[in-house]
Design a protein around this ligand. Structure first.
Ligand code: C2E
Ligand code: MG
Ligand code: MG
Ligand code: MG
Length: 285
């Protein structure tokens, strides 16, 4: 009987695997059409100055408004897009969309003229020989000054072919855009690579912010160490995933310059941004 149970279990396991594999195939084939069918969306999460809570800019985060499955998070399709190479087209689209959107806000929304826009890159983009040209053309087309654009990479994206990645980062930096390390502290050899990477900003991973203002004394020690490191290397620091006033107070005490998280807002649809900005700015004065 145990044998039979065992066999059943194997069958169930195979079914589940098959289901997963076919869901993945669906995503793969449908993602190819998502851009043409105008199903991708960009949502925007504010990034604020920790000292006075003024909005400094936004991070662009992609979503897929799937016709049957509703809004899909990047975790559900970015890895597939990365594997198939679709990410190059998607990434180029997100960058263009985000910078065009920033330009509209800068022109039309009071107080938005100085805002910056952060955009996430993928490994493939960072290794693509055309990518620097794509960024240059997008800046030209949208009329956004390069200094207002923050391109986010992770440490793991750089690994593999470090020289190629660094060469592209150097070229991007020469365009005048700013470079951030996303999810900082979760990659390997952070400190060794940091020296080589021509970046401007560290975004402290949410997992470290999580423990702040609570009962985890290590979290404050780690965040404090990252802030000190950033100061010595002349880099800016952003705390990611700030959810509580206690975490904000800790970030302020530890000297983190900027913050991003649900405390201020979840990622917003573009139509909701002007109203959110107005209300937020009214609360400040
Ligand atoms: P990320 O760049 O580290 O973005 C931050 C993620 O944390 C976002 O998830 C955001 O919604 C979430 N978040 C922000 N504040 C809080 C908070 O206070 N609490 C909690 N629990 N979560 C918070 P999202 O939008 O699901 O994006 C996940 C990841 O997908 C991003 O992580 C980024 O690595 C990737 N991604 C998003 N958009 C793009 C894109 O256009 N291109 C590429 N290549 N990757 C993207
Ligand atoms: Mg990011
Ligand atoms: Mg992050
Ligand atoms: Mg990330």
């Amino acid at each position: 009987q145990a044998k039979e149970l065992g066999r059943d279990r194997v069958v169930v396991f195979n079914d589940a695997m098959q289901l997963r594999a076919s869901a993945r195939l669906d995503i793969e084939s449908q993602l190819g059409r998502a851009l043409d069918r105008d199903e991708l969306r960009v949502v925007y999460q504010p990034i604020v100055d920790v000292a006075n809570e003024r909005v400094m800019g936004f991070e662009a985060l992609v979503r897929w408004e799937h016709p049957d499955r509703g809004w899909l998070s990047p975790a559900e399709f970015i890895p597939v897009a990365e594997e198939t190479g679709m990410i190059l087209l998607i990434g180029e689209w997100v960058l263009g969309e985000a910078l065009a959107q920033l330009q509209r806000w800068r022109r039309e929304v009071p107080g938005a003229a100085e805002l910056s826009m952060a955009v996430n890159l993928s490994t493939r983009q960072l290794r693509d020989t055309q990518f620097v040209q794509v960024v240059a053309e997008t800046l030209d087309r949208t009329g956004i000054d390069p200094g207002a654009v923050h391109l986010e990479v992770t440490e793991s994206m750089v690994m593999g072919d470090v020289d190629l990645a660094v060469r592209n980062l150097v070229s991007l930096r020469a365009l005048g855009v700013r470079l951030s390390i996303d999810d900082f502290g979760t990659g390997y050899s952070s400190l060794g690579y940091l020296q080589k990477l021509p970046v401007h900003l560290l975004k402290i991973d949410r997992s470290f912010i999580d423990g702040l203002g609570g009962d985890d004394p290590h979290a404050a020690a780690i965040v404090g160490a990252i802030v000190a490191l950033a100061r010595d290397l002349n880099l800016g620091v952003i705390g990611e995933g700030v959810e509580s006033a206690a975490q904000l107070a800790e970030l302020h005490r530890l000297g983190t310059a900027q913050g991003q998280g649900f405390l201020w807002s979840t990622p917003l649809r573009p139509t909701d941004v002007p109203g959110w900005l107005r209300e937020h700015n009214e609360q400040l004065v």
